[in-house]
Design a protein around this ligand. Structure first.
Ligand SMILES: [Fe+2]
Length: 313
């Protein structure tokens, strides 16, 4: 399977409008265009979809992060879907065949599904933890993007960022992401007896997926956005502090991907990591057994705090 990277992701929230203010005014994401059918003339840039969803953009893609209203009956907000980009139609056919051969339920999307995600082709499946996964090609781009706060987000061949997921069945999930989707282990980290936080790459970004075996539930812990300038991280840190947002990890530098970042709790509970300076990995990378901790900072980001916080996500 020829996945290029994490193209987009969707979460849900009890109050997408609160998320709109948080994402736009504090993190520095821009409002995107809600997906509509061609010729796109009615697609505004206020980020709002007709169902109350909110769409953000961070580069030339028409959107990268969607925050949807909660579906009735859903117990808690969290991850709705991860969208992985493929090069084109032939690779989507191969991906569908490989998923079916692996015994995974997969559905090819129709024209309406493509409109809903602003892509050219799409298929749907899920991982062993039940996270909805979408494989797509041909995202709608505009080539006119300028961030309103002067932030340049590091995307391109690295994808939109990374996510860390709690998983209650780590072994099956790790096997799925590596053996079926083609991710490769970057490094592995023991945080306690039987507790793992392992990191997987699909392109030069140090990790696109982190899988956490720290607690018996399935949930999303954080979404990471990376900037090209450390000052953009510092300015965002000042904004969230001034707004009184809950900073769950102070400014610090991870020992594995060497990113300088901070973590802040979003209005729906999922944490946002905003960072700069992460290392990249090449095709000759071999997995590393990583020692504990951060080089400095990230106070508050203990395995107990991570597990405790995940209960609400
Ligand atoms: Fe992270």
């Amino acid at each position: 399977m020829d996945i290029l990277g994490l193209g987009y992701l969707g979460i849900d929230a009890p109050d997408p409008d609160a998320w709109l203010a948080f994402g736009r005014d504090l993190i520095g994401l821009d409002t995107g265009r809600a997906p509509v059918a061609p010729p796109y003339v009615d697609a505004g840039q206020d980020g709002r979809g007709p169902d109350g969803s909110v769409y953000f953009r961070i580069d030339d893609w028409s959107w990268r992060l969607a925050v949807h209203p909660m579906v009735p009956g859903r117990e808690r907000p969290g991850l709705r879907y991860l969208g992985f980009e493929l090069p084109g139609a032939a690779e989507l056919d191969v991906a569908i065949a490989e998923l079916e051969a692996a015994g995974c339920a997969v559905r090819r999307g129709d024209a309406a599904d493509c409109v809903a995600r602003a892509v050219t082709g799409i298929a749907f499946t899920s991982d062993p933890s039940g996270n909805a996964l979408e494989l797509f090609y041909g995202p709608l781009v505009t080539n006119n993007y300028r961030n309103s706060k002067g932030i340049e987000f590091l995307t391109g061949q690295l994808g939109m960022g990374h996510v860390n997921l709690f998983t209650s069945n780590y072994d099956a999930c790790a096997a799925f992401y590596t053996d079926v989707l083609g991710f490769r282990l970057t490094d592995y980290y023991e945080v306690g007896e039987g507790q793992l936080i392992n990191f997987f790459h699909i392109n030069p970004r140090h990790h696109t997926i982190g899988l956490m075996k720290v607690a018996p539930f399935d949930a999303i812990h954080h979404i990471m956005f990376e900037t090209t300038d450390i000052d953009m991280v510092g300015l965002a840190y000042d904004r969230v502090k001034a707004a009184g947002s809950k900073i769950t990890a102070s400014l610090g530098r991870h020992s594995n991907d060497r990113i300088i970042s901070f973590y802040v709790e979003s209005p729906s509970g999922v944490e946002i990591e905003m960072g700069w300076g992460a290392m990249t990995v090449g095709p000759d990378w071999t997995p590393r057994y990583r020692g504990p901790g951060d080089i400095w900072g990230h106070h508050g980001l203990t395995s107990d705090a991570i597990a405790e916080g995940g209960k609400d996500k």
